[in-house]
Design a protein. Structure first.
Length: 225
């Protein structure tokens, strides 16, 4: 006999059953794992093929070796250039030193040639017999030698510094002593020259040794006297 209450109870249990069951975990569908495996296998095969090919993984290594050989060759060329440049510079220094020495030697020889005539005249004066030569003749002969030697030295650029009566210049003169000046206008001027100075082509060789005039204002008593 059909029992309506039993049928309703059964339907009610069927309706409530899913709420008491846990959701089953999702199982991988057929074909997903096999697709991943196929992809991995294909990648492995591609790597093997790339390694076996002449232009594969071996190509970068060969390119690196070629670049290394090229760099070593360039480094050798630059080293050779540096060595040649160093040798050329050393030869240049030796040549410059030799030329400077030769130039200095020629300049000395030219100066000696210019002074030979004065040296000959000085030798003639030294050979004179004092008993048969007057002091006036000796004085004139010495003056002649001095002027000839001075002219020879001026020919190579020598200039005499004789600053008598000129303003004192510490760059050209050496003050040996001071002397009283007769007027304020003569203050700090050269009163006398003990030793002349010389310049060669504008460069000072020796300063002139001089006495400097210094003006001192007289006191009141001296002024009245």
């Amino acid at each position: 006999m059909f029992d309506p209450r039993g049928e309703m109870s059964r339907k009610h249990r069927q309706h409530q059953a899913p709420t008491h069951q846990e959701s089953p975990e999702r199982e991988p569908r057929l074909g997903e794992d096999s697709a991943d495996l196929d992809a991995l296998e294909a990648a492995a095969v591609a790597e093997v093929d790339l390694a076996e090919q002449p232009g594969g993984l071996a190509a970068p290594a060969e390119a690196s070796d070629e670049a290394l050989r090229r760099l070593e060759q360039e480094a050798g060329e630059w080293k050779d250039r540096c060595l040649r440049a160093a040798a050329e510079f050393e030869n240049y220094k030796k040549r410059a030193l030799r030329e400077r020495t030769e130039t200095w030697g020629r300049a000395q020889a030219d100066l000696i040639v210019r002074a030979l005539d004065a040296l000959d005249d000085l030798g003639r004066i030294a050979a004179l017999d004092p008993s048969q030569t007057t002091s006036q003749a000796l004085h004139e002969g010495a003056g002649l030698v001095e002027r000839k030697l001075q002219k020879a030295l001026e020919g190579v650029g020598l200039e005499r510094v004789d600053p008598a009566g000129q303003p004192f210049d510490p760059n050209l003169h050496e003050a040996v002593m001071t002397m009283p000046a007769a007027s304020p206008a003569a203050d700090h001027t050269v009163g006398s020259v003990f030793q002349p100075g010389y310049r060669l082509n504008g460069a000072l060789l020796r300063p002139a040794r001089v006495a400097v005039l210094v003006w001192t204002a007289p006191s009141a008593g001296e002024a009245e006297a």
